[in-house]
Design a protein around this ligand. Structure first.
Ligand code: NDP
Length: 330
């Protein structure tokens, strides 16, 4: 079976040469283990952090060892009472076509309730990040203005829709006219900004948010987020969910000083890591599934095909080539 490993650590933008593919025999399964066939692989911006050896909230990948991410797999053989042959499971698994895994840590997913790939997106970590980041830190109130960056991506497109469900005015920032059009027509965003064709972002945000920004859900960091600061309201909340625009930086970026903005507006800015809210995950999934079944939430996916194309799909996140959740189907 084939495995994708971290061959060397990237400097700046990750490249295909950071990965390699090796072939190995599949070991026999022991008590408490299952043999799994990979069906869908999630590629996520946070994996960039794990390719570096800098300390973070999850340990780095080891060199010449498999990369791992959220995966949906089919059980081929089972040596545990928890799963049967033919079940589908989700878990943090390795980038392998076939693998042996411990049963604990895996969760059964039901292909009759939702398409399998949805368990990596709206009904998985992506949906939880959107829901818990927005509600736990953003604390949105009806009638407020929510600004979302990375709005056409997996997390951002869900954040905006939840904002609409909760009665907010929602403004999204994304990197193409096709994406901003999708935000309005598919996901019900009120206003959008294409940051790639906008010269003065703080002015554009001001125009799109005439009453100011009450909640800023930040997926990108950098200059876009600096521009947002000029528009925050008194007692506003910023959810620091991600900072993809600076993940590949090799030098510390030049940036403005955040503190005076926060002081002047008694504003809160707080980092968010979805794994810190594990006790709230079941309730989050229940709520997301309910909204999905009521057609209040929709989701977009970009599905690539082929095991060997997983690294390219990952790299394409940094070029904005995805709409909604990027997954690879085997
Ligand atoms: P996305 O689906 O949003 O994919 C990444 C998107 O980022 C691209 O489509 C692209 O869209 C945008 N992008 C890429 N480069 C830049 C740039 N230089 N400036 C601005 N935008 C850029 O990924 P996810 O939804 O999975 O993740 C979104 C964010 O949330 C990431 O920062 C991620 O790290 C973070 N995250 C955090 C979690 C947590 O627990 N804290 C959990 C999950 C995700 P465009 O065309 O608009 O540029």
């Amino acid at each position: 079976t084939r495995t994708i490993n971290l061959k060397n650590r990237p400097t700046g933008k990750p490249e295909l040469t950071n990965f390699d593919i090796t072939t190995s025999e599949i070991p026999a399964i022991k008590q408490g283990e299952v043999l799994l066939s990979t069906k869908y692989v999630s590629v996520d911006p946070y994996l960039r952090g794990r390719m570096s050896d800098a300390p973070s909230y999850i340990p780095p990948f080891e060199l010449n060892k498999p990369i791992a991410s959220g995966i949906i797999a089919e059980v081929l053989e089972s040596n545990t009472s928890s799963f049967n042959k033919g079940d589908f499971v989700s878990g943090m698994l390795q980038w392998k076509e076939t693998q042996v895994a411990k049963a604990d840590g895996l969760m059964k997913v039901d292909p009759d309730k939702a398409p399998l790939s949805a368990y990596l997106g709206i009904l998985g970590m992506t949906g939880l990040t959107a829901y818990l980041g927005l509600t736990e830190i953003g604390k949105p109130k009806k009638g407020e203005t929510l600004l979302v960056s990375g709005a056409a991506g997996a997390v951002g497109s869900i954040v905006g829709q939840i904002g609409k469900i909760l009665g907010l005015k929602v403004v999204g920032i994304a990197g193409s006219d096709e994406k901003t059009e999708m935000l309005k027509s598919e996901f019900g965003f009120d206003e959008t900004i294409n940051y790639k064709t906008t010269e003065n972002m703080s002015e554009a945000i001001g125009k799109a948010c005439p009453d100011g920004v009450d909640v800023y859900f930040d997926n990108v960091g950098g200059e876009i987020s600096e521009a947002a600061l000029f528009n925050i309201n008194k007692f506003s909340r910023t959810v620091n969910c991600g900072a993809i625009s600076v993940y590949n930086n090799t030098k510390p970026p030049k940036s403005i000083s955040v503190q005076p903005f926060l002081v002047k507006k008694s504003s809160l800015m707080q980092g968010f890591v979805v794994f810190d809210y594990v006790d709230k995950h079941p309730e989050g999934i229940r709520q997301l599934a309910e909204w999905l079944s009521q057609d209040k939430l929709k989701y977009a996916e970009t599905i690539r095909e082929g095991f060997e194309n997983i690294p390219q799909a990952f790299l394409d996140l940094f070029e904005g080539k995805n709409k909604g959740k990027m997954v690879v189907k085997l």
